[in-house]
Design a protein around this ligand. Sequence first.
Ligand code: OFO
Length: 164
Amino acid sequence: MQMKQQLFDLFQAQIRNELESAYKYLGMAAYFETTPFKGFASWMRLQAKEEIEHATKFFDYVHDRGHHLQLPAIQAVATEYASPLEAFCEALAHEQLVTRLINGMYRVAIEVEDYAAQILLQWYIAEQVEEETQAQDFIDRLEMADGDVSSLLIIDKSAGKRSS
Ligand code: OFO
C-alpha cells in the first residue's frame, strides 16, 4: 500500500538527508586523516557507514510500499575543521537537525494515519537519541580535555575502539 504523497515526499527527501549525513561524516574522517587522531578518523568512517545503512533502510521501505524513487543531488561537505571539538559540535548540530526532520515525518505519519510508517519511524526516533548522545559525549570529554594533547590522544584512542 502506497504512502500519501506528502509522506512519501518526506521519505524520499530523508534518503538524501541520511546520505548527506554519511557524506558529512566522511568529510570529518577526511579531516581527521590529516591529523594524528586516527581513532576519530576511524570512528567517523564507521559513522558514515551507519548513515548509509539508515538511508538504505528508508530506501528498502519506500520500495516495499510500492513507490518509485527519485534521488536528488547531495551537497559538497567540509573536510576541514579547526579542532576535534569543532567537528563533534558540527556532528551534534547535524544530528539535532536530523532529529527534527524525523520528528516532523512522524508528525505527518500521524496526521495521515499511516500506522505502518509510524512503526518504522519509531526506530529512527530511538536511534536519534543515541546519535545525539554519542556526539554530546565526545563534546563533553573534549571540552574537559581543554586542548591538552595527552587527554586528546586518550579520547582519540577510545574512539578508535568503536566497532561497527
Ligand atoms: Fe542517520 O542518524 Fe545520524 O544523521
